[in-house]
Design a protein around this ligand. Structure first.
Ligand code: NI
Length: 133
């Protein structure tokens, strides 16, 4: 495939984290790092909303904030047909790690993940899925 060059302007901090990624992922250079990021993004977002996918929603949250435990339970009961299992770890006095294994239509899983990730008290949340062929 023909390759094209283009100029990229990045803040120093962003460039620094790109260079760290090159080292961490053992990539050849910045170009390969950008390709890696774009390809990953496409994998995560390339599904049609009716495609069957499976994966996990990983959440880190402070269970003292905004009634989050109750709201998290409400969401999980609403999506009970898509949830295979939930694992909850009490990391310390405040923080919880929750891993929700999911299977279902991509659109519904994304909807579930977004509802969870937008709750007050979430420190970090991410959904990772693969298409079931
Ligand atoms: Ni906990």
């Amino acid at each position: 495939m023909a390759q094209k060059r283009f100029g990229v302007s990045l803040d120093e901090e962003v460039l620094k984290s790109l260079d760290q990624m090159v080292i961490r992922q053992k990539l050849r250079n910045r170009s390969q790092a950008i390709r890696y990021l774009v390809e990953n993004r496409n994998v995560e977002n390339g599904w049609q909303s009716n495609d069957m996918v499976s994966g996990a929603i990983v959440l880190l949250y402070d269970h003292h904030k905004g009634n989050i435990s109750e709201k998290m339970a409400d969401i999980q009961h609403f999506f009970y047909q898509e949830i295979l299992a939930t694992q909850h770890f009490h990391l310390d006095h405040d923080n919880c790690l929750e891993i929700v294994a999911v299977k279902g239509k991509a659109g519904r899983l994304l909807d579930m993940a977004n509802q969870m990730i937008s709750l007050k008290g979430i420190v970090h949340g991410k959904i990772v899925t693969s298409k079931i062929i």
